[in-house]
Design a binder for this molecule. Sequence first.
Ligand SMILES: [Zn+2]
Ligand SMILES: [Zn+2]
Length: 552
Amino acid sequence: MKDELLFCPLGGSGEIGMNLNLFAYGKPENHKWIIVDIGVTFADDTFPGIDLIYPDPGFIVDKKESLLGIVLTHAHEDHIGAISHIWPELKCNIYATPFTAALVTEKFKEKKIDIHPFLKIVNLRGNIKLGPFDIELITMTHSILEPNGLKIKTPLGCVLHTGDWKCDPNPLIGDLIDSKKLKSIGNEGVLAMICDSTNIFSIGRSGSEMDVRKNLLKIFERLKKKIIVTCFASNVARMETIFFCAQKTGRQISLVGRSMHRIFKAARQCGYLKDVIEPIDPRDAKKISRDKIVYLCTGTQGEPMGAMSRISNFTHPDVMMENGDTAIFSSKIIPGNEKKLSKLHNQLVIEGIEVITEEDEFIHVSGHPNREELKDMYNWIRPKSVIPVHGEYRHMQEHINFAKEMKIPYPVKVMNGDIVKLAPAEKPFVYDKAPAGKKYLDGNISVEEGSNSIKERKNLSINGMMEVTILVTPKGNIHDRPIVTVKGLPINDYEDFRFGLENEIEKTARTFSLTNSRQQENAIDAFKSVCKKYTKNKVGKRPFTNINIVQI
Ligand SMILES: [Zn+2]
Ligand SMILES: [Zn+2]
């Protein structure tokens, strides 16, 4: 059997979030594997009580003996967020640049795992040699520190895994995208380019952090009262911009929210943000006059626990807004969050606070490539094949169309789990399917989508619950009144409700011999159905119902 080179996404293809990509090299019976990125998605209201969703790693866990390592392109949660949850099942080395490594270390600290012996810090433009894979980090621009593409060289040819990127002509922190290197990779010949599809529908170019800075400064200059800015904490260039604007307009700055402090600290630790003014504690900031302070806070998407949400609800202990102040949302409104955010914006406007979002002013740029930037990359790399990833299906389909327009000989459309044979092959193609799915982090436990805990919580949140405990005497009669507990049911007259329910229960009890254990089981079902039916008639809800029969 001949050596072969494979690519398989387990997450991030068909959705934006939870990226997890695999590469394999070797003879079919002896593949060596690497993982590129290992991210999460944040759950929405359709999964009550679930915070994180990540790709089911089962396929690669089964192959952990032949897994050579995990390479991380950058520190966004959709690329590293699942690492501390999945790594314990893999226990392999992790390769990351210093800033990414700093954030990864914290994730493991939270889980009380000392990742130090397994975490290999790689310099920017560094190399990682993993068996047959010769990996080189290529400097990109994006919306976080230290974004990297990966040149993955194997004896069967070279792959460029772009990671998340854009062409920012002035990223403010970090180097420009290494177009020289990318061109030389293109000249060597590239079998396949695995490429970011996020902004495939956006024409032109995504813009520069520098332009955002210029515009924010103009806005700061006209504002006379308190300024509260929220941006993604991980966008350190944007963070630096807010420090810059504060300093230029003679204001102090205060950071609010856990992740803002966390990222600030990690960035400093890695040698960034050395020249900015020192932030002050929000408690001290209270003593400063309104025209001399800027707050930079978390919660761009109106997350209930984010600082911006608590400030807008006027429940934040240290930050107060009042008539005449300004709130600047220097971030994208992520699709799905529009309602939540407009509610929050309205709350502020009612109080006479000016709200500025990306819809009103040029105060945000995306970290992903628009079509003109994709054209640049295609022209530099000129790959034989393009495999779109990092997109919903519609993005990936459009990216395939784009690749065809760009005269790429063999674009390959993939979904999570598709195994693409990159070489040896006339043209890369999907030739097998790996099991792919999602895991839901429920408390500390990861569960399947159809898990009882999720199903029950959905049921409870919609229908409420009722618990009825029936005491049965040795002769099989009901003793005293059943103990009824209800939660989340719209009952006005509880005594009346309970009286009727007891009657129904007693009527049903007479049709069973409650001392007989087999009949008891049937009786429980009957009680359940009677209680549900009664409640449906009475208040229009069918609660989640639990019946206990207790022999006394
Ligand atoms: Zn990213
Ligand atoms: Zn991403």
